[in-house]
Every structure is written in structure tokens, then in C-alpha cells.
Write a protein that binds this ligand. Structure first.
Ligand code: GLN
Length: 201
């Protein structure tokens, strides 16, 4: 069985749990850092990134999460979760976990379009992916090691770098589970190619 956690400090946790369902997946609602060790992959939900960062610090998650990423275990960040992962945040002095070499711009779609739904083509995931944007960030720059998976009106809204996957929108708020199932497949492949993961952390 694959064990995939959803970081449950804030945000839509149960929706992610639902979208991750697969016969070989056991989901874990992660509230304490000692739960991380047993996991093969982890989802960072959306919410509000500064609040989430405060809770990450308060519950001692900061270093354990960076180690989780450094150990090569897959992480999927959606919306505020993407902001947590980014190395740089436009107009802010420092990023949060800084595990993914991308730059993000928060609340990038303006007041007129705080929240909207659209359909996107996402490389390797599928066509017509149902995407809900809520005060969403965009990815304003990427390192050359990062693969752009999707753009919306010329702006990057989904990207992958090795075991790290991130998107600006909320795939967990739709019935379309293809994005989550793509991540589940990343976790499967990571576990197959690195069976010693459990020993690394
Ligand atoms: N606007 C939020 C932030 O900057 C992210 C919104 C979301 O996760 N839906 O953290």
C-alpha cells in the first residue's frame, strides 16, 4: 500500500483525501510531524499561505517538511500549498519552505476574478481538466529544471520538478480526479524506484 498524507493544518483536507482514493492508497490526515515518517507522499492543501506558515512553525513542521522534500518524497501543493513550496514570492522578502525553484505571485488574478472556474489542458494529465481558482497565485518564473505542465492566458498555473508537483488551482474541489491520480502515480513510481525511502528519513 502507498501511504499518502494530507497536511491538515488548514484548508480543504477531506476533499483531497477523497480525490486521492485508489485501491493501493491509504490516506493519512497529518496533524503531527511524527506522522510524516511513514508517508510515501504528501499533499499541501490550499488556504492562506501566511496563516499556514504560522501553523507550520507553531507545530514544528518546518524542518521535517524540508527534509521530506530533500529525501525525494513526492509533494503536491495546491494554491497556498504551492506558495509554501516556492523558493521566491514576489514582493515578499523570503519564501516559506523554499523547496521548489519557482517564483510565485500571490493573488495574481485581481479582484475582478477572485474566484472562477475553467478548463485547462495539463501536460501528461489530460485535456479539459476542471480547474477552480480562488484568490489564486500564478507561477511567474521557473528554473530550467522545472517542467511547465499548464498555462492559463499565458501564465503558468501548473508545474513539476522531479518529485514536486504544484498548481495554482484547486483540483480537489471538483469531481475530476485526474490531477490527483497523476500525483498518486508519481508516488507509485517514486516508491518503486527508491524502496529505501523509509530508511532515508
Ligand atoms: N490567496 C491565498 C494566499 O495567498 C491562496 C488562496 C488559496 O489557497 N485558495 O495564500
Amino acid at each position: 500500500m502507498l501511504k499518502i498524507g494530507v497536511l491538515a493544518l488548514q484548508g480543504a483536507v477531506q476533499e483531497h483525501v477523497k480525490s486521492l482514493q485508489a485501491p493501493d492508497v491509504e490516506t493519512v490526515v497529518v496533524k503531527r510531524m511524527d506522522q510524516l515518517e511513514a508517508l510515501d507522499g504528501l499533499v499541501f492543501p490550499g488556504g492562506e499561505s501566511t496563516t499556514m506558515r504560522r501553523l507550520v512553525d507553531k507545530y514544528g513542521f518546518f524542518e521535517p517538511l524540508r527534509e521530506f522534500a530533500a529525501a525525494g518524497k513526492p509533494i503536491f501543493g495546491t494554491c497556498a500549498g504551492l506558495i509554501l513550496m516556492a523558493e521566491h514570492i514576489v514582493n515578499e522578502t523570503e519564501g516559506h519552505l523554499q523547496v521548489m525553484p519557482i517564483e510565485v505571485q500571490r493573488n495574481a488574478f485581481g479582484r475582478q476574478r477572485e474566484s472562477f472556474e475553467t478548463h485547462l489542458s495539463v501536460k501528461d494529465v489530460g485535456e479539459d481538466i476542471d480547474a477552480v481558482f480562488i484568490r489564486a497565485p500564478l507561477i511567474s518564473a521557473v528554473d530550467e529544471s522545472v517542467e511547465v505542465l499548464s498555462e492559463f492566458e499565458g501564465e503558468i498555473v501548473a508545474a513539476r520538478r522531479d518529485h514536486l508537483l504544484a498548481c495554482s488551482f484547486h483540483p480537489e474541489l471538483t469531481e475530476d480526479t485526474r490531477f490527483h491520480q497523476y500525483f498518486v502515480q508519481m508516488v507509485r513510481e517514486s516508491k518503486e524506484t527508491a524502496p529505501s525511502h523509509a530508511a532515508v528519513t
